[in-house]
Design a protein around this ligand. Structure first.
Ligand SMILES: Nc1ncnc2c1ncn2[C@@H]1O[C@H](COP(=O)(O)OP(=O)(O)OP(=O)(O)O)[C@@H](O)[C@H]1O
Ligand SMILES: [Mg+2]
Length: 650
């Protein structure tokens, strides 16, 4: 026979007292030293269960009593006789003549003294419906004279309480699992164990007492998760745990989940000194690392300006626009150039397309020549190639055909001659060889404006040389997105390189991911599952950031397109309030000041943990609110264990 789900929560040896006062929001529990000792102590913030049910005969309780009230210890409560008892205690100590004396208390007083009160907050009510356990997040009614016994749950009962998921959410999880192609339901990730207090000698004296806390994949995927807390309190460790559980889920369930980590300190990409084992080392086959500066084992984040023409040009354009470059007609002309390659399918007449394409090639070639002149390092063996008509070739230099490829110096000479001849032949400006964009580029190359006056020309590009990488062959954003679709872990090691460049590049990549997935979503398709991890998030989604900016948009709207974001910061108050209130999962370790705590206390029942959050600095000791859990649960996050994860990954 299946056991009654309510009765399963009651552990008789964990009896700790009686409810002596109850209303809709709080309760006072009277307890006794003996019961406390038997239950191995009652830590602040621990859960208690209050019920009138007899666990042996749960069915025999009155209908009104068939429930269990979930309480959280929030402090001590003075019992009515507290004053007298205190007096008796003080008198006893005063009468002592030695620290060890025969003046013991009489048995009656001693037993009286052992009683004390606990103040508790009502978190909800467990009840049974159609054989299943349900949790209401309040209390429906209470009886003043009810005799409610109180238990301090441990082991299995505690695990049920903290991992409770409503039947509705469980059904939604099952549905989502089917849609994603999981055979055995959406998994949940074990990420830590219950911990009430910093001093955990009694309630978690050894590992057998640990009670596992799970994070549900359905709560995490396509959701927002905040990891908050002071420096060195285990935020990055929590992120590593998350990365590895997602990895495990995806490989066990055969579902591809791409993960991208914005690694500001290089701690995920490299094994660092303090911690052995980095994500990259644990998952060598599934991790792709990117860096701004070229290093073995890392892909360059930078684009190759000679081959990713549009990317490179728009990078330079954005830099010029953001910088203090004086605007002149030639600068403006450069900024307004577009490099859209004409596509055959857009043209009815093939001849028109061929002519357009040849123009595009000449423009591209002129641009490449400008880049070379400005000192952008050439890719190995790179040649500049373009079409020029027979007539033009004859006039410029009959011995070279640019279709065969020119060196940048040859190309520069060719364009210079071509311009001179054009000016002689077509002084009226009709029938130009160069379209306006190519002309503007040739002007930059030769440092001459249309009237022949001196301009700085290609020199204006020189400051941006380090944004180019000669070794890339495809657009970096595109390449990264492909890796994510393929379920890989992409680590952007942003620990080196110029800060402004780093910010721009990271934003571009994020933008590309968001755009690609949104486009997918807007077409009515299922975008791939992607998780984005952001460290030092206050810089990207700060309170002064406009919500229309790339980063806030990703965090706010990405969920639609199945992009989950996990952001870590030590500055709760600097995060955009709108984003924080839209965050489904919150992990908090230690905060050291009132202001930061006050921001957090606006959410859920974090207020219950004020003293714990403000005073305990234990690494990895978190208070966790997840989407499925109706209340905050104190959890010690497991330490990321590279060796174990390596074994698991096989
Ligand atoms: N749950 C944990 N159990 C034990 N040790 C931990 C735990 N979490 C982190 N640590 C250790 O504590 C140190 C600091 O952790 P971590 O780097 O994760 O903190 P952080 O909050 O990210 O710090 P920062 O603000 O500097 O980024 C590391 O050496 C790490 O190995
Ligand atoms: Mg960190």
């Amino acid at each position: 026979m299946q056991k009654n789900p309510l009765a399963q929560l009651i552990q008789e040896d964990q009896f700790v007292g009686w409810v002596c006062q109850l209303d809709y929001v709080q309760a006072v529990v009277v307890t006794n030293d003996l019961w406390k000792i038997q239950a191995r102590g009652i830590p602040l913030n621990c859960f208690l269960l209050a019920t009138a049910i007899d666990p042996k005969f749960p069915g025999e309780s009155k209908e009104t009593a068939r429930e269990i009230i979930l309480l959280r210890v929030s402090g001590s409560a003075a019992l009515p006789v507290a004053d007298q008892l205190l007096r008796a205690k003080v008198e006893n100590f005063k009468n002592r003549t030695a620290t060890i004396s025969a003046h013991e208390l009489d048995e009656v007083t001693k037993s009286e003294l052992q009683f004390s009160g606990l103040e508790c907050r009502v978190l909800g009510t467990f009840f049974e419906q159609n054989g299943a356990l349900r949790l209401g997040s309040d209390i429906e009614s209470y009886l003043n004279a009810a005799e409610l016994k109180v238990y301090c749950p441990k082991a299995a009962a505690l695990e049920t309480i903290i991992n409770y998921i409503s039947p509705e959410r469980a059904a939604a999880t099952a549905q989502e699992a089917v849609r994603l192609g999981f055979k055995s339901g959406l998994p949940r990730f074990p990420i830590g164990t219950v911990r009430y207090t910093s001093t955990d000698r009694l309630h978690r004296g050894d590992a057998t007492q640990y009670v596992k806390f799970y994070l549900n994949a359905v709560d995490f995927l396509a959701r927002r998760t905040a990891v908050l807390g002071m420096t060195r309190t285990g935020k990055s460790n929590t992120i590593k745990q998350l990365v590895s559980v997602v990895m495990r889920t995806s490989s066990q369930g055969g579902l591809k989940i791409g993960q991208i980590i914005y690694d500001l300190n290089g701690e995920y990409a490299n094994a660092n000194q303090q911690d052995k084992g980095s994500i990259a080392e644990v998952y060598p086959k599934d991790t792709i690392r990117y860096r701004i500066l070229p290093v073995p084992g890392f892909q360059p984040i930078l684009n190759n300006f000679y081959t990713q023409i549009q990317e490179g040009h728009s990078t330079v354009r954005a830099l010029i626009e953001a910088g203090q470059v004086p605007r002149s007609p030639d600068v403006e002309a450069f900024l307004s150039i577009t490099f859209d390659e004409p596509r055959r399918e857009d043209f009815e007449d093939e001849k028109v397309w061929v002519a357009q394409h040849a123009r595009y090639q000449r423009k591209t070639a002129a641009y490449q020549t400008v880049l070379a002149r400005a000192g952008f390092e050439l890719p190995a063996g790179f040649k500049i190639k373009f079409e020029a008509s027979h007539t033009v070739r004859q006039l410029v230099n009959p011995t070279v055909d640019p279709r065969d490829g020119l060196t940048p110096t040859q190309a520069a000479t060719w364009f210079d001659l071509a311009r001179q001849i054009q000016e002689q032949l077509y002084s009226t400006g009709t029938n130009p060889w160069f379209d306006p964009d190519t002309k503007a580029l040739v002007n930059l190359l030769l440092q001459k404006n249309d009237q022949g006056g001196y301009i700085p020309g290609y020199r204006m590009l020189q400051p941006y040389k380090e944004y180019h990488s000669p070794s890339r062959t495809s657009d970096v954003s595109d390449e990264i997105y492909k890796h994510l679709v393929d379920g890989k872990i992409v680590i952007l090691d942003l620990s080196v390189g110029d800060a402004a460049q780093r910010d721009r590049l990271s934003k571009r990549i994020a933008q590309h991911i968001f755009k690609s997935s949104m486009a997918n979503f807007n077409l009515g398709q299922h975008p791939p599952h992607i998780v984005i991890y952001i460290e030092e998030a206050h810089n990207l989604i700060g309170r002064n950031e406009a919500l229309t900016e790339t980063w806030p948009r990703i965090v706010k709207e990405g969920a639609k397109a199945r992009i989950a974001t996990v952001y870590a910061t030590q500055e709760v108050s600097s995060i955009h309030p709108n984003i924080l209130s839209n965050t489904e999962n919150i992990f908090v370790s230690h905060l050291n000041n009132e202001n930061e705590f006050r921001e957090l206390a606006k959410f859920y029942d974090f207020r219950d943990f004020e003293s714990s959050i403000m005073h305990t600095q234990d690494v990895g000791f978190n208070r966790v609110k997840t989407l499925s859990n109706p209340f905050v649960i104190p959890v010690q996050i497991d330490k990321f264990n590279p060796e174990l994860e390596k074994q698991r990954a096989g």
